[in-house]
Design a protein around this ligand. Structure first.
Ligand code: GLN
Length: 228
């Protein structure tokens, strides 16, 4: 933990220190069945937040928020079903607790999933966010790419764009009118969105050294707690 904090500072990111104090009383879980869960945990700990790996339904009980990481959505969904996590995860969302899915996690949160050549995928989903997403949406040539995005809601007037890393990423095909679009590519493709307590990004903020998206999620948690 100490090491990751130092790494971040060495990388010249100025955000970690003032934030650490603000979020010290939260407990955030990261679903740790498969994929990039360690990177999320490191980022959260770098922000001074208690962050734990979640594999069992009872571990959801005392959490203030949960992240479903990137990886392989079919694997995450299948293992979640085997561990009897699907219903408890739905309940967690229904309680209004913030959940954030990155990449494969975004797919797992979606109510409907498609993929080129398949109208609708049959795979286990938590299925709580009113969106249809398309898996592996950018085709083979651009399997993975990086780009700078302007995301006003996380930038708070700061002009520095967010460097977004896409790895065999999904996109949002349709979003219902309860869903707020947070970020688009230049061609209009939606790549980040929020529906009340649910947040989803096609890309991987945990693979950067920029904690502004995690900070945004922690603010959702903080504001949600104030409301209840
Ligand atoms: N392509 C993966 C899927 O469909 C997601 C990739 C990722 O999470 N980086 O599940």
């Amino acid at each position: 933990m100490q090491m990751s904090g130092n790494k971040r500072q060495a990388a010249g990111v100025p955000y970690s220190l003032p934030l650490a104090a603000r979020h010290s009383n939260m407990k955030i879980g990261v679903l740790a069945l498969q994929g990039a869960f360690r990177e999320h945990i490191e980022m959260l700990r770098g922000l001074g937040v208690e962050a734990v790996e979640v594999r069992l339904p009872e571990q959801l009980r005392d959490l203030d928020g949960l992240i479903i990481p990137g990886g392989e959505s079919t694997t995450i969904g299948k293992v979640a079903a085997q561990y009897n996590l699907i219903e408890p995860l739905r309940e967690f969302a229904a309680q209004g607790k913030p959940m954030w899915g990155t990449c494969a996690g975004m797919i797992v949160l979606a109510k409907e999933v498609g993929m080129a050549g398949h109208a609708t995928m049959r795979q286990p989903l938590v299925g709580v966010m009113d969106v249809r997403v398309k898996r592996n949406a950018f085709g083979r040539q651009v399997d993975s790419f990086e780009t700078d995005l302007d995301i006003p809601e996380i930038q708070n007037g700061d002009k520095t764009p967010f460097h977004a890393i896409f790895i065999r990423a999904p996109l949002f095909e349709t979003v219902n009118d309860t869903v707020r679009v947070l970020a688009k590519l230049d061609d209009g493709t939606i790549v980040a969105a929020r529906e009340n307590n649910l947040l989803a990004t096609s890309f991987h903020p945990e693979l950067t050294h920029d904690p502004r998206f995690h900070q945004y999620f922690l603010n959702m948690v903080k504001n949600g707690r104030r409301a209840t």
